[in-house]
Design a binder for this molecule. Structure first.
Ligand SMILES: [Fe+2]
Length: 349
């Protein structure tokens, strides 16, 4: 039998067998080849270990091979050799990694905090808009991301790491990360896998700006010429290209989110003019959050507009130059509900 699953076996030392010629064992013996990573049956249970086989087993061990026993025969092995579990290093639990311990502690602490102090997004957003200070919203996402398990995916781990290191100040990009994550949570997309992909995408979506003339980051979109707008619309592709070239590994969905963050449900977006069902929902979430921030900061029209006015116009579907509302019904409705800080049912969010 040839197997490659290390979870099925445990290693033993040659001495544990007290091996001598023609001895039999009530368990199967396997040998592990570290080069091919393969476990192969060496001696069936109750078959004599001939002197030839004994010599060859010693030879295998001297060359770096390992003797293994099936985990299903652990008790048989221990009993036959009058050994205890503690005598076999490979049978003892691998200590939990410090990252995992730390993450569990953070999750427990956050859970406890939530019991006494519930976070109300709409309340906090109202305060943020009023004071132009989004730090509490940013720190809330930082704390949430720092509880993400490390074993889900590399993108989730990256999201957790970037959040811990970067979500400490009230910057534009951090507002984009935090607002999109809060919006996703409000839309019911709250599992770490989804949030991790979204958070990484929000951090990386505008990397492409670094490859464009500086005025594209300074001039309002509506003030650009037709040709310049065409150039600007290349930024999602440039972001994706930079990530690929850098060798950064991100999930397929994260890649899609950042590439599609300007696609709109009615096909009016870019770069591929995709429609509704063909757009990753989290890309619409990021697009909605980014658009609200861009519009209110003046990056679309050239004139900053109060967040409350942007939301009022979106809610009433008032036609305003550059204002977009085509994020799909679910996201649009959640956006209006969650971001409408004048709504009395604030605490329900
Ligand atoms: Fe963008």
């Amino acid at each position: 039998m040839i197997e490659q699953n290390p979870d099925l076996y445990f290693f033993i030392d040659f001495e544990h067998l007290k091996a001598k010629a023609n001895k039999t064992f009530p368990f199967h013996l396997y040998v592990f080849n570290p080069m091919s990573k393969v476990y192969a049956t060496y001696l069936h249970a109750n078959s004599p270990l001939t002197s030839q086989k004994l010599d060859f087993l010693q030879f295998i061990v001297s060359k770096g091979g390992e003797i293994a026993v099936s985990r299903t025969q652990e008790m048989t092995f221990l009993h036959a050799n009058q050994l205890k579990r503690e005598d076999i290093p490979d049978l003892n639990e691998i200590p939990e990694h410090e990252f995992i311990t730390r993450q569990k502690e953070r999750a427990a602490k956050r859970e406890k905090k939530a019991e006494t102090k519930k976070f109300h997004f709409k309340d906090e957003l109202g305060k943020a808009v009023e004071s132009d200070n989004y730090l509490p919203l940013i720190l809330e996402i930082r704390e949430e991301a720092m509880t993400f398990p490390f074993t889900i995916s590399h993108t989730v781990s990256l999201a957790s790491y970037l959040s811990e290191k970067l979500l400490t100040q009230d910057t534009y990009i951090n507002r984009m990360v935090a607002l999109s994550a809060h919006l996703a949570i409000g839309c019911g997309m709250k599992d770490p896998l989804a949030l991790g992909d979204l958070i990484c995408a929000a951090f990386l979506a505008h990397l492409g700006h670094t490859q464009m003339e500086i005025f594209y980051s300074q001039k309002a979109f509506l003030e650009l010429s037709t040709g310049q707008r065409r150039e600007y619309k290349k930024h999602p592709g440039l972001s994706q290209h930079l990530i690929r070239k850098s060798g950064l590994i991100i999930s397929e969905r994260c890649n899609k989110i950042l590439y599609q963050h300007h696609e709109r449900a009615d096909g009016s977006g870019y770069p591929e003019y995709k429609q509704g069902q063909f757009i990753e929902p989290l890309a619409l979430v990021l697009g909605a959050a980014a658009h609200v921030l861009e519009y209110s900061s003046g990056k679309i029209t050239g004139s900053p507009v109060a967040m409350s006015v942007v939301l009022k116009n979106m809610k009433e579907k008032t036609l305003s130059p550059g204002l977009e509302i085509e994020f799909g019904d679910t996201i649009y409705e959640s956006l209006i509900y969650l971001l409408d800080t004048n709504n009395d049912s604030a605490n329900a969010a």
